[in-house]
Design a protein around this ligand. Structure first.
Ligand SMILES: NC(=O)c1ccc[n+]([C@@H]2O[C@H](COP(=O)([O-])OP(=O)(O)OC[C@H]3O[C@@H](n4cnc5c(N)ncnc54)[C@H](O)[C@@H]3O)[C@@H](O)[C@H]2O)c1
Length: 482
């Protein structure tokens, strides 16, 4: 419906970006330091009911063309352009483009000459208000981020603020932007958040599964040649006692052989939502001829990319709290503030990891090598694997080089997971496409520890310890305490 876009406006750009005059988390002091979470049926609705306007109709469009001198990437031969049409840069919609991976990716693609639009409900910022947490790094509003990007580079990124679970909003966005590729980061991505209580488990599965289903229907209805690049997670596979393949495994059973989707053993309601997504995507590739790539991503670390370090206002978020922070981020923050590193249980939990600079490379490679109609490509997107104990050792050594005294303690594991197990996951396909990995040993000091030391005055140490238990989850709203 056209009325959904009637509030769109041209954005005016100032000639320069203002540096921060005060920390962006000022005002959060108003939040209590110990709290009780309320159960909301839909977290976004509760924001609206607190007197704030719903965000979904707010669309910002910038009209100036990119000034890149590089030849912009063209849509792949079998997308929407015919050979008679003049060549146009490929149009990429980044859903979840205000989040950690999405923001770095949107800037990277824009810098590389793609026409980029960000679609985001901004709910990740609301989760912070809900939980009383904040990014370690100060992050600017999405509108200021985009103004700053435009003023630094001359490149425009369109912004559509809305919820992809709202199909009317998503349809309008598709018809307005006409993407050649959609990169879908727009999900609730924390396993602990999904395990707080019933309402958040339901919210996570509703938000993630319905959102992805809507994207699939939008592609079918409005852009059937559009390539979907969907962020999955290595957590979908669990920790089987055999090698993990990239998406598929060839099995011989009772004398017959077939290549089948690799078994999934997800270990939280969040990870299960990603498994459901993968199944829905695989089915629509077969049934409707959708072209899709599922990127089973490992744990992402690091703050810096070439683009985000151009200006402080482009700085990416860094989560270290017990709900959204990952083990490596938490360890770096703990080392910086002199808190012992908290290893959950035996510390043998092993996972795949990658630098945020490799996330943006992988997504670009996936876009440049699209699946064919009906094809469902699956890549394991990580570069190295580490156990939690190995991470603690690396952070301890890197911290000592910077003069920090780093201790480690064991805390009871709030999760239900194997603490000592076999883990060997394949990850060669993206390297074959051209991925040049950054390694943790090289980035630890520069992109992690130095950032945590720089912003250590912003650390709220009460947020560091685990507060969500896989076993204690229930229907009651008072499930976590600070
Ligand atoms: N960060 C990691 O280490 C990691 C690891 C593996 C997989 N992934 C996957 O990558 C994706 C991005 O992760 P991230 O760390 O950037 O998360 P994030 O929470 O920082 O960003 C997600 C963004 O999506 C938006 N969003 C959520 N639901 C939406 C909806 N219904 N409509 C519109 N926007 C919505 C949020 O507001 C947020 O800006 C997720 O799908 C996640 O599962 C992340």
């Amino acid at each position: 419906m056209a009325h959904l876009l009637s509030t769109s406006c041209s954005i005016k750009f100032s000639s320069g970006c203002k540096r921060y005059s005060k920390p962006l988390n000022q005002g959060l002091e108003a939040f209590p330091t110990s709290f009780t979470l309320q159960a909301f049926k839909y977290p976004l609705r509760s924001l609206v009911s607190q007197g704030q306007k719903p965000l979904r109709n707010y669309t910002v469009r910038a009209t100036t063309l990119p000034i890149s001198k590089e030849a912009p990437p063209q849509p792949s031969s079998d997308t929407h352009q015919t050979s008679n049409e003049p060549s146009k840069p490929q149009r990429v919609m980044v859903i979840g483009g205000d989040g950690y991976c999405g923001w770095a990716t949107a800037l990277h693609l824009s810098n590389r000459g793609y026409e980029v639009a960000i679609v985001d409900s901004l709910i990740r910022r609301y989760f912070d208000h809900q939980l009383g947490t904040d990014s370690l790094t100060p992050i600017s509003s999405i509108q200021n981020r985009l103004r700053c990007w435009k003023s630094l580079t001359g490149k425009s990124i369109e912004l559509y603020v809305g919820d992809i679970c709202d199909f009317e909003f998503l349809s309008e966005t598709f018809q307005s932007f006409e993407p050649d590729a959609v990169v879908h980061f727009g999900e609730q991505r924390s396993a602990p958040y999904s395990m707080i209580d019933r309402s958040r488990a339901v919210f996570t599965q509703n938000n993630n599964v319905i959102g992805t289903l809507n994207v699939l229907f939008a592609i079918k209805e409005f852009r059937e040649q559009c390539h979907l690049v969907k962020l999955g997670t290595m957590g979908e596979y669990g920790t089987p006692n055999i090698d993990i393949e990239e998406g598929y495994i060839t099995i011989t059973h009772n004398g017959r052989t077939d290549t089948l989707p690799y078994p999934k053993q997800a270990s939280s309601f969040y990870h299960l939502s990603k498994v459901h997504d993968s199944n829905n995507i695989a089915f629509t590739c077969k049934a409707w001829g959708i072209r899709a790539t599922d990127l089973n991503q490992g744990v992402v670390y690091g703050v810096r990319t070439d683009e985000t370090e151009m200006h402080e206002e482009l700085c990416n978020r860094f989560d270290y709290d017990g709900v959204f922070g990952t083990a490596l981020n938490r360890f770096c923050v703990q080392a910086a503030v002199g808190h012992p590193l908290t290893v959950y249980g035996k510390g043998g939990q092993t996972r795949g990891y990658l630098d945020i600079r490799d996330t943006v490379q992988c997504v670009e490679l996936a876009i440049a090598n699209p699946a064919q109609p009906g094809e469902f490509l699956v890549y394991n997107q990580f570069t190295e694997q580490f156990s939690v104990n190995e991470l603690a050792t690396l952070v301890t050594k890197a911290g000592e080089k910077l003069g920090l005294n780093v201790q480690t303690i064991t805390v009871p594991n709030p999760r239900v997971e194997e603490e000592e197990h076999y883990y060997n996951a394949k990850h060669t396909k993206l390297v074959e496409l051209g991925l040049e990995p950054h390694l943790l040993s090289d980035s630890l000091q520069d992109s992690l520890l130095n950032f945590t030391i720089k912003y250590k005055d912003r650390v709220d140490t009460k947020q560091i310890m685990p507060s969500v238990s896989w076993r204690k989850i229930g229907v009651k709203p008072k499930t976590i305490t600070a």
